[in-house]
Design a protein around this ligand. Sequence first.
Ligand code: ADP
Length: 311
Amino acid sequence: MAAQEQARIAVIGSSNVDFIMQLERLPDVGETVTEGVFSQTFGGKGANQAVAAARAGGKVTFVTGLGDDVYTPTMRENFRRDGIETNRILVQSGMASGSALIMFDRQGRNCIAVAPGANYALTPAHLDACADVIRGAGMLVMQMEIPSSTIRRALEIAEECGTPTLFNYAPVRDQSVPVSAQMHTLVVNENEATALTGLPVSTPEEAASAARALRAQGPRTVVLTLGSAGAYVASADFSGLVPAFVVTPVDTTAAGDVFCGVLAVALVEGVPLPEAVRFANAASAISVTRSGAQPSIPMRAAIDAFKRETP
Ligand code: ADP
């Protein structure tokens, strides 16, 4: 894929501060478990996808809500360092940034609590003020970690100005945003596909049926990610499985976010769908071999090299 002048990608979504505790075992209610190992990283689906798109070579504008806490300057600086346009970030005084408390044990089982904080300060009115960002973009990328009313407004603006959207219906906390033709490319994992369709997704045939059912609700393209199996694509021109790259996973956090951010870059570059999905599979395969959310996200050169060198 030749690097070329490309349209801007508008990512609208969440930013979180992740507080991670690695423990021998998870505590019971009322219990204290000691000897944990602590780390603090940055995540949030919106932020992860913005970083993934920028590192894959996308020109990204990120619209998000941050609090006025000690983490905000670092988050902003990190986005800037990745080349992301940050001048439309809303900093909400008197609020904390979104945060996630993550505990995981030796078996990799986890307990996660999320406080949306300033992510929920992103209102439809704020989106109206950012309409020019959507209008000027070659693609709008969104997820479900900001208020549903804000998401619906952004989709309306994108429809009004003809900006194609890549919608990652994650997490499926409720179904207050209907799947529709406003979502040109809908990306979901197995659990999300089941929640949205009521259909099981444990075999390739079931994945195909669920993708078809979602596509019947309006999206032109449905991409159903299947972890180590890759991604099933349903579209007018191409339907089928695009297999994953074989790697030894270390930490699958943010695999889906890397997939979405990188898929957006390939689509904006005009790469045909199966090849774009293969590119996204390659980037997310690299990310699962590394720890953490944003630290695991690969640069374009690494994705290209991995694709060249891996059968
Ligand atoms: P999510 O993180 O949203 O649950 P998936 O687990 O389906 O999403 O992963 C998204 C993509 O990441 C997959 O389509 C695949 O390309 C890649 N991926 C995830 N797990 C693996 C793995 N174990 N080996 C190779 N690629 C993987």
